[in-house]
Design a protein around this ligand. Structure first.
Ligand code: PGA
Length: 253
């Protein structure tokens, strides 16, 4: 099977008021035709901005130039869960993806693998592609446990119905997120190769699942990271808030 098309996903996190969101989304969409041969572009704004961004980019969304995603979803479709967002609500707004199990959710909201599994299943049932985030702490890497942690997280959170078309995995070493530090290319390749082996073992079309790397990706390091055999894209935090940088990362694919 041919390698899956590169996906460059922007995780805006808790950033942006309406004017910022519109400007950023419009600028990214304007540059999308220039990089669309190389990469698919996805923007994941905070929940408050999804509707506005979707309306602003209606034309680009229709033409598949960009996609929109949520940053988290609840595992139930509705109910008494104050402050939470259900997966069908994201679909309803025009989302195609949702990030689940980001380390900031795991850390700040005590989300564990069974919870992430439930969210990934809920996302798929709502017609969304979950981007399941995995990754070790610095202590775990120092103890030589990075591969074990990543395998355990994938095994614990991958839905039974997973296949290449309905799931994305993002390897995000926690110590590399927002720190400006990245693992060596050899270390990224080692983890991605292990993830690929696990997925081809578990799924019929595991060689087609997109595997993203995330953690301090920027225009200056994107080309070498994206050139690694089993890296099929990037999950970008800080640099996704600057349209020029985000598009440069996509152009580096
Ligand atoms: P960063 O964040 O690019 O700012 O390191 C990545 C992420 O948390 O998804």
């Amino acid at each position: 099977m041919a390698a899956p098309k590169t996906l460059i996903a922007g995780n805006w996190k808790m950033n942006g008021l309406r004017a910022d969101g519109v400007t950023l989304a419009k600028t990214v969409a304007a540059g999308a035709p220039g990089v669309s041969a190389k990469a698919d572009l996805l923007m994941c704004p905070p929940a408050t901005l999804i509707s506005l961004v979707a309306n602003t980019l209606a034309e680009a969304l229709r033409h598949g130039l960009v996609s929109i995603g949520g940053q988290d979803c609840h595992h139930e479709v509705s109910g008494a869960h104050t402050g939470d967002v259900a997966a069908p609500m994201l679909t309803d707004l025009g989302c195609g993806y949702v990030i689940v199990g980001h380390s900031e959710r795991r850390t700040n909201h005590s989300e564990d693998d069974p919870m992430v599994w439930q969210k990934a299943v809920a996302a798929q049932l709502a017609g969304l592609i979950p981007i399941i985030c995995v990754g070790e702490t610095e202590e775990e890497r120092d103890r030589g446990e990075a591969l074990d942690v990543v395998r355990r997280q994938i095994n614990g959170s991958l839905p039974d119905a997973a296949k290449a078309a309905n799931v994305v995995i993002a390897y995000e070493p926690i110590w590399a997120i927002g720190t400006g530090r990245t693992p060596s290319l050899d270390d990224i390749a080692e983890v991605h190769d292990a993830m690929r082996a696990l997925l081809t073992d578990r799924l019929n079309d595991g060689d087609g699942v997109r595997l993203l790397y995330g953690g301090s990706v920027k225009p200056g390091n994107a080309a070498e990271i994206l050139a690694l055999a089993n890296v099929n894209g990037a999950l970008v935090g800080g640099a996704s808030l600057n349209a020029e940088d985000f598009l440069a990362i996509a152009a580096a694919a």
